[in-house]
Write a protein that binds this ligand. Structure first.
Ligand code: ZN
Ligand code: ZN
Length: 332
């Protein structure tokens, strides 16, 4: 099965689906900039619009991942040059503070804003269903707990798949794709060891805390590529929608090989990749923390509709400035 790329891919995809599929989309829940909106609202909207034009009713069941087990920020020798030799700068998103200080965490601040906007798609396509799943809930599923364990114990087998299915450069170390987070200081830097009966022993490099406990009592960092395989298995995903930057990292082949190796009973999903959103500074939006902007969603949809480019350039007309993000919404 070939990947479905950008608007041309979307046009082919609407002929290949029934409208009843389970669709995966996901976000690192610490903002909701125009790049996020492309994969979470614009392309889902266009998918439904053109499925309807094929005389099928869009009844997609969306699984929306709120990626609280991803890193706060990627760190490593040089994450851009060596994207598979990476680790979290400090911690996982689960433990990020709310910058606005009004909620318990960044996750609690952004989740309602993300949910409200995605659920607005029901105004236009009332038969859609949305289920929001935090990565931290994955510990409750045997398959994903076992894959997490295997990721901690044997990162090299994943590194081999990443290396051989991408043209990115690699280093012999560091190679780590998951680990516990310190229960004391919330650092991701330390040693995670898996013992008998799914118990964890943890040694923190930062605060020096050492502790043991059942796997379920810890929080984790988990690299998104293996973690996606857990979600494909648990939620029986038929279709994934992701940003085009994932395609250029080799995700299409990597996902296929990860499925073959770790979850051979999982059917390979169809994969739709959206155009990459380019910010005013010419960089991918959110490449740095300072170039992310809110988009006028309805205008971004018009700009992406019938646009066959691999990149969509943001201009002043598409940017929404000076808003309270809690009021962020759209109307087509
Ligand atoms: Zn808040
Ligand atoms: Zn610590």
């Amino acid at each position: 099965m070939d990947p479905y790329l950008y608007f041309e891919g979307l046009q082919r995809l609407v002929k290949d689906v029934s409208g009843e599929e389970t669709v995966h989309i996901g976000i690192r829940p610490y903002g909701f900039h125009a790049g996020n909106v492309m994969a979470l609202i614009v392309y889902p909207y266009l998918l439904c619009k053109y499925v309807k034009r094929e005389n099928k009713t869009p009844r997609f069941k969306f699984i929306v991942s709120l990626n609280d087990w991803e890193q706060d920020e990627l760190d490593g020798p040089n994450p851009r040059e060596y994207p598979f030799n990476i680790y979290p700068k400090h911690t996982s998103i689960y433990f990020l503070q709310d910058e606005k200080k009004c909620c318990k965490s960044s996750l609690d601040h952004w989740s309602p804003i993300i949910k409200k906007n995605i659920e607005s798609l029901k105004k236009y396509f009332p038969d859609l269903e949305f289920t929001f799943v935090r990565n931290s809930e994955l510990i409750n599923y045997d398959f994903s707990r076992n894959l997490l364990k295997r990721t901690i114990q044997n990162p090299l087998e994943q590194f081999e798949i990443l290396r051989s299915n991408s043209n990115k450069k690699t280093l012999p170390e560091p190679i780590q794709y998951a680990g516990a987070i310190c229960p004391k200081c919330h650092s991701a830097h330390g040693d995670t060891h898996i013992g008998k009966n799914d118990s964890i022993s943890w040694k923190c490099n930062v605060c020096k805390y050492e502790g043991n406990g059942p796997m379920n009592d810890f929080q984790y960092w988990w690299y998104h590529k293996p973690m996606l395989i857990a979600r494909l298995n648990v939620f029986k995903i038929d279709l994934t929608i992701s940003g085009g930057d994932h395609y250029s990292e080799g995700d299409f082949n990597i996902r296929r090989e990860f499925i073959n190796k770790f979850s051979p009973e999982t059917r390979e999903p169809r994969m739709l990749f959206t155009p990459i959103v380019i910010a005013l500074d010419g960089q991918k939006m959110s490449k740095s923390r300072h170039n992310a902007e809110f988009a006028l969603i309805e205008k971004l949809i018009s700009k992406a509709d019938n646009n066959f480019d691999a990149e969509i350039l943001i201009d002043e007309e598409l940017i929404l400035r000076n808003i309270d993000e809690k009021d962020y919404s759209f109307d087509i």
